[in-house]
Structures are given as C-alpha cells and as structure tokens.
Design a protein around this ligand. Structure first.
Ligand SMILES: C[C@@]1(CC(=O)O)c2cc3[nH]c(cc4nc(cc5[nH]c(cc(n2)[C@H]1CCC(=O)O)[C@@](C)(CC(=O)O)[C@@H]5CCC(=O)O)C(CC(=O)O)=C4CCC(=O)O)c(CCC(=O)O)c3CC(=O)O
Ligand SMILES: [Co+2]
Length: 271
C-alpha cells in the first residue's frame, strides 16, 4: 500500500514550576478547566519544571512528568503538534530551561513534528498592563481607606527580574497604595517598609504575585516564623491580613496565559 500522510493530532501541554502543597491542586484544576473550556477538542497534559518538587511528590506516591517525559510520551501517543504553555510568571530561569527542552523536542525523529512554547504570564509590555489592570480590579473586597497591598513576587537572579520593578511602576501609576516586592530579587520588602514608614497605614494586605499560593506564600509570606513578611511587618507594628490564593485563581489572569496559548496554536496550524 502507498504511504498516506499521517493525520495531524494536536495537544496541549501545561507546564508549571509545580508545588508540593496539596492546597494548590484546586488552582491547577481551575487553570485546566478554563483551558478546556477554550479548546474543548484538545487533550490537555501536565508537567512540572521543578525536579525537587517532582522528587518530593514521587516520595509520596504522586507522579508528575518533567516536560521532557511528557513530550516523549505525547510523541509515543501519536501527537504531531504540541502547544506547550508555560504557567510561569516571568521569562526567567525556569522558563528558559523549558524553552531549551521544547527546542530539543522539535523535529525529534519519530517524535512530535511541531512543538511550540507559549509565553509566560509576563512577556510583552501589554501583558504588564493587562495583568496590572486585572490585579487592581480584584483587590481584596475588605480593603478600606488607609489600607495598603503588598504583593509577594518570587524574584530571581535572572535578568528577567526586571519584570517585577516594571510591574511595580505600572501599578503605582494607577494606585499609590499597591506595592510589589520579591522573596529572592528586587525590590525587597525592606524597600516597601521604608515607603510605608512615611505614611499612615491602617492595614497591610499580603497577596501572592505567584501562580499558586504554595510554599512561598504560606511560609515566606504568611507564615508564623520570625522572618515571614507577616511577622516582620507585625513586629514593626502593622496590622496584616494575608490572602492565600494564587493569581491563577482569577479567571482574568488565566485568560492572559490562554491568549499566549492561542498565539501558539495559530502558529502550529499555519505550519
Ligand atoms: C532555580 C531555583 C533557584 C532558587 O530559587 O534557588 C528556583 C527558581 C525559581 N522558582 C520560581 C518559582 C517557584 N518556586 C517555588 C518553590 C521552590 N523553589 C525552589 C527552588 C528553586 N527555585 C531553584 C531550582 C530548584 C529546582 O530546579 O527544582 C524550592 C525547591 C526550594 C526553595 O526555594 O526553598 C522551593 C520548593 C518548595 C516546596 O518544596 O514545596 C514555587 C512553588 C511554591 O511556592 O510552592 C514556585 C512557583 C511560584 C508561583 O506559583 O508562581 C521562580 C519563578 C518562576 C516564575 O513563575 O516565573 C524562579 C526563578 C526563575 O525562574 O528565574
Ligand atoms: Co523557587
């Protein structure tokens, strides 16, 4: 029999840093439900980029693929086109590593023909504007005059750390009481505290500027230990209230990733 061109089979691979906290699973399910609603005909697979987290989960009997494992399995399952969507916040180290993996799998013999990577939450200038507007629309309902919000971003030694001060600049143009600091990069909490000292503050709301409310949100931000942001602020006399929900719990935030995923699916179709 003559060779027939094999039919296209397109799939989606959602890739997060991951978390070892079971409380974050509802947020991942929320992302999946929104992606499913947008692309009802496409199968959705998952992978986590963090090896430490995958190992932790494995020791508890929960197996989550690395991006490379997921892509090789999808190749075996006959997928010809895969849209990989990063669920990272910035194009930092974790995103770049994922990009390297995606490139290595593109055109792999007997694997997937076309693999393309969707941009993280913040990439283009209008992502900063869209995300900033969504966050400002969804500030805590109980916020009153004199309250401030401090978002906790991850931060990184990677040059993509500039997205955090970039976002802070955008937020300040619209709302002088909304701050953003990071755990591991710039700006730092101390720089926010310096600003708070110059004004009368009623209460400080702490919110994750992260995909999910996992380890960093529950411990570094809202934990009881002395170095947590909550403890540091309370030791300075501020009233605090932490909100333990990830940015991905907000529909309009997930829509930004979905827009990036759409761009990739359009590109895959045109090939
Ligand atoms: C490279 C590394 C360098 C370093 O940090 O030293 C790094 C970098 C980055 N992590 C990011 C995000 C998150 N990190 C966590 C959590 C942990 N991160 C840890 C390690 C590492 N993180 C090192 C590599 C380890 C590896 O390869 O496995 C753990 C294992 C140890 C620890 O930090 O103590 C701890 C496990 C806690 C646990 O056991 O549960 C969570 C989940 C959570 O908070 O629950 C999120 C998602 C937050 C969200 O949802 O947004 C981002 C921003 C990415 C983005 O979104 O753009 C960057 C920066 C970038 O990519 O440039
Ligand atoms: Co980390």
């Amino acid at each position: 029999a003559a060779h027939t061109k094999k039919a296209n089979k397109t799939g989606i691979l959602l890739v997060s840093f991951g978390s070892s906290y079971p409380e974050t699973r509802a947020t991942f399910q929320h992302i999946e439900a929104e992606v499913k609603a947008t692309f009802p005909d496409l199968e959705i697979h998952w992978a986590f980029t963090s090896k430490i987290i995958r190992n932790k989960l494995r020791s508890r009997g929960e197996t989550i693929d690395s991006p490379a494992e997921a892509l090789s399995k999808m190749g075996e399952e006959g997928f010809t086109n895969v849209a990989v969507q990063s669920l990272h916040v910035i194009p930092g180290e974790e995103y770049e590593n994922l990009k390297t993996t995606v490139e290595a799998f593109s055109g792999m013999p007997k694997g997937i023909d076309q693999v393309q990577l969707g941009k993280p939450l913040l990439y283009h200038q209008n992502d900063i504007e869209n995300l900033g507007d969504v966050l400002l629309q969804n500030l805590p309902e109980g916020m009153v005059e004199g309250d401030v919000v401090v978002f906790m971003g991850h931060g990184t030694h990677h040059p993509a750390n500039v997205y955090y001060p970039g976002m802070q600049y955008y937020l300040w143009q619209k709302h002088p009481n909304v701050f953003l600091a990071t755990v591991e990069g710039y700006p730092e909490l101390n720089q926010v505290i310096e600003k708070l000292e110059t004004r009368k503050v009623n209460k400080v709301w702490l919110l994750p500027f992260m995909t999910i409310a996992g380890d960093h949100a529950r411990n570094d931000m809202a934990g009881e230990e002395e170095e947590s942001w909550k403890s540091v602020l309370e030791a300075r006399g501020y009233k605090t209230e932490a909100v333990l929900s990830g940015m991905a719990d907000q529909d309009d935030v997930v829509q930004i990733w979905i827009e990036h995923l759409k761009e990739v699916l359009i590109e895959l179709k045109s090939k």
